[in-house]
Design a protein around this ligand. Structure first.
Ligand SMILES: [Zn+2]
Length: 246
């Protein structure tokens, strides 16, 4: 392939811009915020589930408490009713009086037991409510940190996009100076090897850093200036400049 030396030199400008684009793409993929967002998202999802579980448990205990309090009320109501009957003097038979007194005593004992149950549930409920509050605090903290990381990621991406758009614009101008067939070869090599062209500098390929043999140098020296030469080592287009050492 043949191309004017000036057009070949423009390949170096193109390669430089492409390496900037590669660096930007790498930065985009490896933003520290991405790992942070991933980690915090998982933690957030876990806390959301834990809050729901804790709220369910607290709700169950609230219902259990209401039920236990109703049981206490029912027993108290019955004991009060019996006590009124006793106080009214309507019951006169000693046997009935004894039976009524015995029932009142057993109702009081039952009420005491049920009140113990209520207290025990209240303690468990208090612990469950505290757990809900703690988990909600944790969940909201993680959500806030996640949002902050997302904002930082978006800002970083916007900055990278802006820079990439600027470089792409300049790249378009450079590519316009390069003949279509040479550009096509460059793009193909870039796709295959990552970088399409490198400078021959001091007898060394700047792409793979390998020094050319004397035979290779002689062959390049003998080649016409518009001949497109390639590095034997890395297959990139070798661009000759006054610093090539030829
Ligand atoms: Zn090379």
């Amino acid at each position: 392939m043949k191309a004017a030396p000036e057009a070949q030199k423009r390949l170096l400008d193109l390669a430089e811009l492409d390496s900037v684009l590669d660096r930007l793409a790498h930065r985009r993929r490896t933003l520290p915020e991405l790992a942070e967002i991933d980690e915090r998202s998982k933690l957030y999802a876990k806390l959301v589930t834990q809050v729901i579980e804790a709220e369910t448990e607290a709700g169950d205990l609230a219902r259990e408490q209401t039920k236990a309090e109703n049981d206490v009320d029912a027993v108290r109501t019955r004991a009060d009713r019996d006590q009124k009957r006793l106080d009214s003097g309507a019951v006169t038979s000693p046997r009935d009086l004894a039976s009524l007194q015995s029932e009142i005593a057993s109702l009081h004992k039952r009420q005491g037991d049920l009140e113990e149950v209520v207290l025990e549930i209240m303690e468990r409920r208090e612990a469950a409510d505290t757990k809900v509050t703690d988990l909600i605090t944790q969940r909201d903290e993680v959500r806030a940190a996640l949002s902050a990381a997302e904002d930082r990621r978006d800002a970083a991406l916007a900055e990278i996009e802006k820079e990439a758009a600027d470089v792409q614009g300049r790249r378009g101008g450079v590519a316009g100076d390069i003949p279509a067939d040479l550009l096509k070869l460059y793009e193909k090599l870039k796709e295959q090897y990552g970088v399409g062209a490198a400078m021959l500098h001091g007898g060394r390929c700047q792409g793979c850093k390998v020094a050319l043999s004397i035979a290779e140098m002689n062959s390049i020296k003998a080649a016409p200036h518009d001949e497109v030469v390639r590095c034997e080592e890395c297959r990139r287009i070798l661009v000759r400049t006054p610093e090539s050492g030829l």
